[in-house]
Design a protein around this ligand. Structure first.
Ligand code: ADP
Length: 406
C-alpha cells in the first residue's frame, strides 16, 4: 500500500511517496519550471539495496497533468513501485481552507469548487494547489484523494483570539479574521513533543515555534490551537526571511501619501523586501550568522530583532495559557540555529524557561531537549515533517471511508 503526497505550486510539483503501513519514504521529487521550455524533474527513489537513487529528467512540461504523467513514468522506470493508478491514496497540501474546512477532506467536485471559492483569501496559493488537485483527479480518477489544509488546525481558535478589532461586518461579510498557517507543522511537532514527553497531548500546554523562511508561533492547549501569530494571510506575526510580520497598518497610508507607492508596490515590499532581508539585505539565516561573525552590524541587528519577536510571542502565549509545559523549536532555523534559540529564551528565567547552553549546541535528527534540569518548562527541538503528517492524515481519512464502502 502506497500513499503519495503532493504539494503543488504554480510552476512546480513537489511529491513524496510513502509506504502507507510504516511510512518509509519510497520516492520523492521536485518538478520545476512547469509551463516553461526548460522544465526539470529531479526524482529520488528507494532502491532494493536500501539506497536512494537519483534521476534527472530535462524536458518541456506544459502543465501539471503532463507533470504527473512524467512523475508516473519516472516511478515506473525506478524499480518496483508500480504505477500511480495503484496508489492507496493521494494527499494534497492546500494552503487556505477558510472557515469551510476544519479537517482533512475527501476531494470531489464540490470540494474543488469550495477550494476555488476561497481563492480571494489566498490568490497565489490556492490556484496553484488546485492545478495539482485537478491534474491528479484527472490522471488518477479511481484513487481516493484528500485535501489537507494549512489553516484547518487553527480552526479551534476562539473568537476573541481570531477576530481583528475591526467592524464586525468585515468578518461576517468579507471573512476578515485570523486563520493562521503552518497548521500541519504545528500539529505534527506537538504530537511528537507529547510522544517524547511520554504524556497525553490532551493534558499539555505547548508553545510551538515554526522558524523557517516563513515563521509562526502557536499556543496549543491540549493539542488544540488557541492562538497563532500568522493572520488572515501569512504576512502577520514573527519577523520572517522576507516578510515584515507585525506592523502598524497606518504605515501603509503613510507610505502611500509620502511616496505615492502603489498597492502592488506595497504588497511586494512587505512580502519580499522586508523581514531579515529588509534589515540586512539577506534572508538566509546561515548567511546572516556568517555576516554577523564577520562583525556586520546589520546582520547582528537582524538576528536580535528576529529573536526579540520570538521572545515577545513566547511571553504573550505564556500569558494566554497561564501554564506552559513545553516550548518546541522547529523549521530550518528552529531546528538548526542554537544562537537563535538562545536569543529567544534569553531573560525568561523567571518564567521557568532556562536554556542549557551545552545541550542547545547538540544536533540530532530526532527530538532533543535543551533545558537546564531546574527549568520548569521543557525546551524541545523537534524536526518537522509536514509531508509525513499529510501522508498519515490521508491514510487515516481514507481508511474509515473504504471500510464504510465494503
Ligand atoms: P521554508 O520551508 O519556510 O522555506 P526552512 O524551514 O527550510 O524554510 O528554513 C529555512 C531557513 O533555515 C533559512 O533561513 C536557513 O538559513 C535556515 N537554516 C537552515 N540550516 C541552518 C543552520 N544550520 N543554521 C542556521 N540557519 C539554518
Amino acid at each position: 500500500m502506497r500513499v503519495l503526497v503532493i504539494n503543488s505550486g504554480s510552476s512546480s510539483i513537489k511529491y513524496r511517496m510513502f509506504n502507507a503501513e510504516d511510512f518509509t519514504v519510497l520516492a520523492a521529487g521536485l518538478l520545476e519550471r512547469v509551463g516553461e521550455a526548460d522544465s526539470r524533474l529531479t526524482h529520488h527513489w528507494l532502491s532494493a539495496s536500501g539506497e536512494y537513487g537519483e534521476t534527472v529528467y530535462d524536458r518541456q512540461i506544459q502543465n501539471h497533468r503532463e507533470g504527473l504523467m512524467l512523475v508516473d513514468a519516472a516511478l515506473a522506470e525506478s524499480g518496483s513501485l508500480g504505477s500511480l493508478s495503484e496508489l492507496f491514496g493521494v494527499g494534497h497540501r492546500v494552503v487556505h481552507g477558510g472557515e469551510v474546512f476544519h479537517k482533512p477532506t475527501l476531494i470531489d467536485k464540490t470540494v474543488i469548487e469550495a477550494i476555488r471559492k476561497l481563492i480571494p483569501l489566498a490568490p497565489l496559493h490556492n490556484p496553484a494547489n488546485l492545478a495539482g488537485i485537478e491534474a491528479s483527479m484527472e490522471h488518477l480518477p479511481n484513487v481516493p484523494q484528500v485535501a489537507i489544509f494549512d489553516t484547518s488546525f487553527h480552526q479551534t481558535m476562539p473568537q476573541h483570539s481570531f477576530l481583528y478589532a475591526l467592524p464586525y461586518e468585515l468578518y461576517t461579510e468579507h471573512h476578515v479574521r485570523r486563520y493562521g498557517f503552518h497548521g500541519t507543522s504545528h500539529q505534527y511537532v506537538s504530537k511528537k513533543a507529547a510522544e517524547h514527553l511520554g504524556k497525553p497531548l490532551e493534558g499539555l500546554n505547548i508553545i510551538t515555534l515554526h522558524l523557517g523562511n516563513g515563521a509562526s508561533a502557536a499556543a496549543l492547549k491540549g493539542g488544540r490551537s488557541m492562538d497563532t501569530s500568522m493572520g488572515m494571510t501569512p504576512l502577520e506575526g514573527l519577523m520572517m526571511g522576507t516578510r515584515c510580520g507585525d506592523l502598524d497598518p497606518a504605515i501603509h497610508f503613510y507610505l502611500w501619501r509620502s511616496s505615492g507607492i502603489s498597492n502592488e508596490g506595497l504588497e511586494s515590499l512587505l512580502n519580499h523586501q522586508s523581514g531579515l532581508r529588509g534589515i540586512c539585505g539577506v534572508n538566509d539565516m546561515r548567511e546572516i550568522q556568517h555576516m554577523a561573525d564577520q562583525g556586520n552590524p546589520r546582520a547582528l541587528l537582524a538576528m536580535d530583532m528576529f529573536c526579540y519577536r520570538v521572545k515577545k510571542y513566547i511571553g504573550a502565549y505564556y500569558a494566554v495559557m497561564g501554564r506552559v509545559d513545553a516550548i518546541v523549536f522547529t523549521g530550518g532555523i528552529g531546528e538548526n540555529a542554537p544562537r537563535i534559540r538562545k536569543g529567544a529564551c534569553k531573560g525568561l528565567d523567571p518564567l521557568g524557561i532556562l536554556l542549557d547552553d551545552e545541550k542547545n549546541e547538540s544536533r540530532s535528527k530526532d527530538v532533543f531537549e535543551i533545558q537546564r534540569t531546574e527549568g520548569s518548562v521543557r525546551l524541545l527541538v523537534v524536526p518537522t515533517n509536514e509531508e509525513l503528517e499529510i501522508a498519515q492524515q490521508t491514510v487515516k481519512k481514507i481508511l474509515p471511508s473504504t471500510a464504510e464502502k465494503s
